[in-house]
Design a protein around this ligand. Sequence first.
Ligand SMILES: [Zn+2]
Length: 419
Amino acid sequence: MNFPFRPLLRSMLVFTFAALSACASPSIKPDTRERHPLLLISIDAFRPDYLDRNLTPTLASMVTEGAHAPYMLPSFPSLTFPNHYTLVTGRVPDHHGIVNNTMSDPALGRFSLSNRSATSDGRWWDGAEPIWVTAQKQGLRTATMFWPGTEASIRGMRPDHWIAYDGDITSNGRVDQLLAWIDEPGKKPMFDTLYFDTVDHAGHEHGPDSPEVNAALVDVDAALARLVAGLKARGLYDRMDIIVLSDHGMAYLPPDHVIFADDIADVTQLDEVSYGVMATFNLREGSGSAKAEAALLAPHEHMQCYRKGDLPARFQYGTHPRVPAIICMAQTGWTIVSHAGLAKRTSPMSLGEHGYDNQDPTMRALFVARGPSFQPGATIAPFPNVDVYPLMIHLLGIHGESNDGHFDEVKDALRPAAR
Ligand SMILES: [Zn+2]
């Protein structure tokens, strides 16, 4: 159980050492690396093997011109909001507090992706400080063309440029908005984000091997080509560091791969928090609740349930107060529902899902990076996505917050002069 504390201890040691060396050794060379603007691009649910479909020539040229890893490991659970916040904080979901896309908190109520008053409430997010807040506190400007958390004032700050999430803005439209912010007179943003969701939507609706996913790959690559052309026209393409990544992959979900939790236990005795790939419940007082808990915790086909303190250590999950008492995980390619929930559904079941065991190969994420700091042609070993944060902190030359990542694991993506 020492893993939750190790990273914090490590960063405290690093900080202490840095403070000591700053005082004791005035002869230490200052960091004179040139700073470049950094653009972080997320293509939601882009599985790294999608590159092999030869539908994304712009991304393929970034792989050739820059550095990449065969894949990046998402954090658990392999869901959108938890992983996007991990990428910008360097902390696993259990340590930053966005522990699921659907959560409950005794003080704050319910959080879900469609609940705009919750997603824009900084109290859900302030368990960690996102990099745009840290950068702004240290004098850098930021522009975020969507990223989970950017709609909320976190620790009193929003990005310098941001807009409320609007799924109707096309991939090209998002590129144009970011370029418009870059064009504004005055101090230029040094940290930007861009977020594309068409690949995720097509993957959920039609499955990862569908023609619709292929069409979405073409759509996103065209937007990347528009971005590259726009940056080149401004003389910025070779002066900007660009990281293109995804939050998680996508697994095929056959329509009949459904597990009914209410056939297994009397779930009316529990407080349901979420259903789906991960079904989570809180307990109530009384024997009915304990009986339902025992029924869930017994062995089942295609589903395993745990008490929050009993999850395998490699998930690094279960200490945060927002993690419900019981976590039921579906086997990859399955989902957990209730008869009542299914009857209320207005949309067809998904043919693609994520949120499974983060070490399942279908959950792997993309990592490609190019620009003046990155080593052309470098292939680095697969790494966990907590390492992106210390990499970005290094590139921006700012002081980061304590985190679970390790710069050493990703530094070989950089040119020697940029390390
Ligand atoms: Zn996602």
